[in-house]
Design a protein around this ligand. Structure first.
Ligand code: CMC
Length: 426
């Protein structure tokens, strides 16, 4: 199939590629050569930037698949490490592959001892995401034997290192902020159990893992593991397209994730719910969100791709109730969230604009119940998303069509003009 594009009466045909599911794409690579024109699509609302086999989203139906598996099934039945294997390798592991992968990851959980001194250069009140950007970028200065991007073996080791070290790095960021000693990883624990211990344990006594908390956090990690070509993943791919090493690329992804329109929304959503405080104040905030002259938005609501319920929010909404019940926590924020969801979903503004709760709406309530400060929320998102980022980076490195990413622009600045020496300028 082809699509015909006419510009000023001259037409040319362009190939149309069909994916396995989802919309077809018009291949416009020859458009500039044929017409001397670029396409204009700020925010990439109609542009596929790459071919990928990892994650599929149907935003109208609220469907999210990783390598074909629905996110609900993975969240219910799988583990984060298994999902990491799936994203990286394309299929679920058998028992032996699973055990080998777990062994490989746990053998990389420690960080170079010298890296700990990096933390001491930060202020104690530094935001964990500021620390994560710096420390993850610095990994490339420590692991020279896995920065040759042209060597598939080194690429694989870099993937394993990043997945394995992120919990250690995030836990160290937390420990540094509360002034407690860093804890070394315990490889006898699960991926998530080890992270909980490094975060909340102290050297003075054994740390007892609550299986409900471990399970809930593992689910949160699964739900954040990958999400197709979102802003931070596209950032990782763009950084990687120039040949930058994987540690530098993931640091770039972390920087992008930090923004409140992206991963920073989980922190902003809980702060908003706390500010609302009680269900009676909801109409005031909904009115603000609808007011064009007020920049306020309902955080944790709306999504570029989902024009239906975000399937991740559904899983987390149910998990929030379970975790709070099990921990015996009665948090009025959960009641406020449920009521806000009810009010927004029956309001014409939100219905017309198809704004539904997204993954960030309920995750903060669970993370807060577990004991994480809001400043750690986006760092946890980064920890989990590293798996998706590195799987997408690997896929790009193996893609024969891969080129340096170089968007063009619609230039609206000055035309050519002559330089005027400073003394002659009015
Ligand atoms: N509250 C009120 N109005 C909203 C909201 C919201 N949360 N989100 C979108 N709108 C309105 C927006 O004002 C616009 O109205 P109009 O057409 O009259 O100008 C319309 O809906 C479309 O919004 P948009 O900003 O053009 O849509 P987008 O696809 O560029 O943005 C978004 C998507 C996620 C950035 C946006 O919905 C938003 O800012 N949400 C709040 C932040 C948030 O929860 N982000 C987390 C996203 S999911 C996790 C992740 O990606 O990390």
């Amino acid at each position: 199939m082809t699509a015909t594009i006419s510009v000023n009466g001259s037409s040319a045909d362009y190939p149309v590629h069909a994916g396995s599911v989802g919309p077809e794409v018009i291949d416009i690579r020859k458009l500039y050569g044929n017409t001397g024109r670029f396409t204009y699509d700020p925010g990439f609302t109609s542009t596929a930037s790459c071919e990928s086999k990892i994650t599929y989203i149907d935003g109208d139906q609220g469907v999210l698949l990783h390598r074909g598996y629905p996110i609900e099934q993975l969240a219910e039945q799988s583990s984060f490490l298994e999902v990491a294997y799936l994203l990286l390798n394309g299929d679920l592991p058998n028992q032996q592959e699973h055990d080998e992968f777990k062994y490989l990851i746990t053998r990389h959980t420690m960080v170079h001892e010298q890296l700990a001194t990096f933390y001491r250069g930060f202020r104690r009140d530094a935001h964990p995401m500021a620390i994560m950007c710096g420390v993850v970028g610095a990994l490339s200065a420590f692991y020279h034997d896995s920065t040759d991007i042209h060597d598939p073996k080194q690429r694989t080791i870099a993937c394993h290192r990043l997945i394995a070290k992120m919990p250690t790095i995030a836990a160290m960021a937390y420990k540094y902020s509360v002034g407690q000693p860093f804890l070394y990883p315990d490889n006898s624990l699960s991926y998530t159990g080890n992270f909980l211990r490094m975060t909340f344990g102290v050297p003075a006594e054994p740390y007892v893992i609550n299986p409900v908390v471990e399970d809930a956090l593992d689910k949160i990690f699964i739900l954040h593991a990958d999400h197709e070509q979102n802003a931070s993943t596209s950032t990782v791919r763009l950084a990687g397209s120039s040949g930058a090493n994987p540690f530098a690329c993931i640091a770039a992804g972390i920087a992008c994730l930090w923004g409140p329109a992206h991963g920073g929304a989980n922190e902003a959503a809980l702060e908003m719910l706390r500010e609302i405080g009680r269900p009676e104040r909801i109409p005031e905030y909904v009115a603000r969100a609808k007011n064009k002259d007020d920049p306020f938005r309902l955080m944790g609501f709306g999504h570029r791709v989902y024009k239906n319920y975000d399937p991740r929010a559904k899983v987390l909404g149910a998990a929030a109730t379970k975790v709070l019940d099990t921990l015996g926590i009665s948090d009025p924020v959960l009641d406020t969230a449920r009521e806000l969801e009810r009010v927004a979903l029956s309001d014409d503004y939100f219905i017309e604009k198809k704004l539904y709760p997204n993954v960030d709406f309920y995750s903060g309530i669970i993370l807060s119940a577990i004991g994480f400060p809001t400043s750690m929320f986006t760092a946890l998102f980064a920890l989990a998303r590293t798996t998706g980022w590195i799987a997408q980076w690997t896929e790009m490195m193996e893609d024969q069509d891969q080129k340096i990413g170089r968007p063009r622009q619609l230039y609206t600045g000055h035309g050519p003009r002559d330089y005027v020496p400073l003394a002659q300028r009015g």
